[in-house]
Every structure is written in structure tokens, then in C-alpha cells.
Write a protein that binds this ligand. Structure first.
Ligand SMILES: C[S@@+](CC[C@H](N)C(=O)[O-])C[C@H]1O[C@@H](n2cnc3c(N)ncnc32)[C@H](O)[C@@H]1O
Length: 184
């Protein structure tokens, strides 16, 4: 993995967004946090729900050890195509599998277990998909969600805080990131 190549694609996406190209990427501050969580969790297999154009996947990839992989899912074909082009540009296409699917429908079919799941899709789906995510996490695996402080995620926040299988915290950075660890 060439970290310089990944950094250059991340900067290119940030520049485009700063110049007015509208796409809701996690951004450099929360991206650094995602990178740090990846370094800590040392996952072999990561599931990302909400590929977008690949920015957060690139942040995760920076923290992966050799042989580790990312499975990423987006229901929008055009976004998935652009993400794949960005993964190729960064030289990480062999580490990433992109699925075009609705996240819930993907989770119904998928039987893999993950050490890390990152969720960044439409906010109304977070609560619905929480149990599927918890069931797919290995013990001590982590669930990270973006936008966790948004008002519409109040019930999701309550659910992760009182969940018997999770230990959770919400990090107050921008509009929030939640971190939940599956209790061993
Ligand atoms: C906020 S963007 C993701 C940004 C990306 N995680 C990043 O930070 O670079 C949300 C993405 O989730 C996708 N999406 C929204 N709801 C979805 C769902 N229910 N299933 C699959 N993809 C979904 C959208 O098409 C969009 O590309």
C-alpha cells in the first residue's frame, strides 16, 4: 500500500468538495478519527455501509495492515463507480470489494463477520440496521457511525447506549461520531 498515493487522492477529493462539488464526505477531521479507530482495532475485515465516492474507505484503508480487506456497500451505482475509480487511483482496488446494494438488503444476504463496521447511510436506517450490525460484529469488534449527534438520531443514540452487547461513546467532533465496542 502506497500511503502517499492514498493521501493524494484524499486531498484531491477534499479540494473538489472545497471548490463547491457537493458530496457529503466525512471530511479530514472525522476522517483522521476513522483512521485512528482503524489503527486501534487492527481489523482483518471491515464493512462500510455508505461508500459514497470512496473518501471514508480511503481513510480506513490508510490504517489497515497487510492482507486486511474492506467490503463497502452503496445503493447508488454512480457513486460506487466513482469510488472504484478513486480506489484504483489510490492503488487499493485489490483491498476493496464494492457492492451496489441497499444496506439492509446486503446485510440480509451477507454472512461474514467483521472486526469493524462503519455506517454512513441515510440516517433513518441507522436504528433499523443496528441489530444486524451487532450480529455481524466479532466480539471486541467496533461499530462506528457518522453524524451521531444529529437530532434525528436521538433514538439511535439511546439504543447504542443501553444495548446489552455494546459499550458506546459519542465523540463530539463536528456533528458527532459514535463508537460502540461489542462486549466479548
Ligand atoms: C454520506 S454519503 C457517504 C459518504 C462516505 N462514507 C464518505 O464519508 O466518504 C452516503 C452514501 O450512502 C448511500 N446510501 C444512502 N442510504 C443507503 C442505503 N440505505 N443503502 C446503501 N447505500 C445508501 C448514498 O448513495 C451515499 O453514497
Amino acid at each position: 500500500m502506497d500511503s502517499g498515493r492514498i493521501a493524494s487522492v484524499l486531498s484531491e477529493i477534499e479540494r473538489r468538495v472545497n471548490r463547491g462539488y457537493f458530496f457529503p464526505i466525512i471530511g479530514p477531521v472525522k476522517g483522521e478519527l476513522l483512521y485512528a479507530f482503524t489503527l486501534l482495532a487492527r481489523p482483518k475485515l471491515v464493512l462500510e455501509l455508505g461508500t459514497g465516492i470512496g473518501y471514508s474507505g480511503l481513510q480506513i484503508a490508510r490504517g489497515l495492515e497487510p492482507g486486511a480487506r474492506i467490503v463497502t456497500v452503496d445503493e447508488d451505482e454512480e457513486n460506487a463507480r466513482e469510488a472504484l475509480a478513486n480506489f484504483r487511483k489510490a492503488g487499493i482496488e485489490d483491498m476493496v470489494t464494492v457492492f451496489v446494494d441497499e444496506a439492509g438488503s446486503f446485510l440480509e444476504k451477507d454472512t461474514s463477520e467483521y472486526e469493524m463496521i462503519f455506517m454512513d447511510i441515510e440516517k433513518s436506517r441507522y436504528l433499523d440496521l443496528l441489530e444486524s450490525c451487532v450480529s455481524r460484529l466479532k466480539p471486541a469488534g467496533i461499530l462506528v457511525t457518522d453524524n451521531a449527534l444529529r437530532p434525528e438520531l436521538q433514538r439511535f443514540r439511546e439504543a447504542i447506549m443501553k444495548h446489552p452487547r455494546l459499550s458506546s461513546a459519542i465523540i463530539q467532533v463536528e456533528d458527532g461520531v459514535s463508537l460502540s465496542v461489542k462486549k466479548p
